[in-house]
Design a protein around this ligand. Structure first.
Ligand SMILES: Cc1cc2nc3c(=O)[nH]c(=O)nc-3n(C[C@H](O)[C@H](O)[C@H](O)COP(=O)(O)O)c2cc1C
Length: 265
């Protein structure tokens, strides 16, 4: 089993001028934005759509699909903040269809972030940090986008702790944190590991996956698993990702039931 050790961040980037921008539909991303701005004493502003997405989940999916079909990107209200005053801009969003929600597409079209350090952060049902970061790098190729933060909506009770670790790991704030070692090599899943995978993912409706191999590493008070699995959606719909190989990260901490922390497609 891999080890962990105590690391100390000297907060080398804390003198920089930081702005936290975020879009939220149902409030989850706002919680992350407030944690980041609170811990960094940074300015914060919400990205607001002119015609808000205020429908329920199904209505929002339908509106997005229609907008996509028609090539519509919704307008946003002009920002109050003057971006030229900031060195670092955190940009938060809910993951919609594997990337940032449309108001953030519009923000990235309307504003030039060349030369700035940009830090994406997001909330999601199952995952989408990696794919949305890749899209943001394409949208703002002259910005410096090195690290990003994502958390499942189902794990928002851990948001303060996880944002703190992320900010220390990336030198934005000072403090001690536990640095995790690399994962072990992937090996075929044992029966016990398969049971952990099933317990973590079995009741999540958007995931219908079978674990093939797994790697592990020690985390505080438990083990983190990185499963390689094949996802076969129960019903294939246009608004769901296609079947394919995915990575599913699962934490088992103390006596708590296994939980998946993110899916990478
Ligand atoms: C239209 C729509 C599409 C979504 N697509 C995804 C997705 O592709 N992957 C995912 O993990 N979660 C997806 N979600 C779930 C949201 O990312 C999640 O609920 C998020 O925490 C909402 O954040 P908010 O409260 O800041 O709006 C989607 C939600 C909506 C409404």
């Amino acid at each position: 089993m891999a080890a962990m050790f105590l690391a100390v961040s000297c907060g080398g980037k804390k003198a920089q001028k930081v702005l936290v921008l975020y879009y939220t539909q149902t409030g989850n991303t706002k919680l992350v934005a407030e944690q980041i701005s609170g811990k960094m004493q940074a300015d914060i502003e919400e990205i607001v759509a002119v015609n808000p997405y205020d429908g329920d989940f199904t209505e929002t999916i339908e509106r997005c699909l229609k907008e996509r079909e028609e090539g519509v990107i919704p307008e946003i209200q002009p920002l109050k903040a003057d971006l030229s005053k900031y060195d670092v801009i955190f940009i938060g969003y809910p993951v919609w269809f594997g990337t940032y929600a449309p108001p953030v597409i519009k923000f990235l079209q309307d504003y030039d972030l060349s030369g700035k350090e940009v830090v994406p952060f997001c909330t999601f049902g199952s995952g989408g940090l990696e794919s949305s970061m890749a899209d943001m790098k394409l949208a703002q190729s002259n910005a410096k986008i090195d690290c990003g933060f994502g958390i499942r909506a189902a794990r928002l009770d851990k948001v303060g702790e996880e944002v703190g670790i992320f900010l220390k790991e990336n030198d934005f704030i000072e403090g001690k944190y536990i640095k995790l070692d690399a994962f072990s090599e992937q090996h075929e899943v044992t029966e016990e590991e398969n049971a952990i995978f099933e317990a973590a993912t079995g009741d999540y409706p958007m995931l219908h996956a079978k674990a093939k191999t797994v790697a592990t590493r020690a985390i505080h008070n438990g083990t983190e698993y990185c499963f390689i699995a094949v996802d076969i959606p129960r019903v294939q719909r246009d608004d769901m990702p296609p079947a394919g190989e995915i990575q599913v990260y699962v934490n088992v901490v103390g006596d708590e039931a296994p939980v998946f922390t993110r899916v990478v497609r």
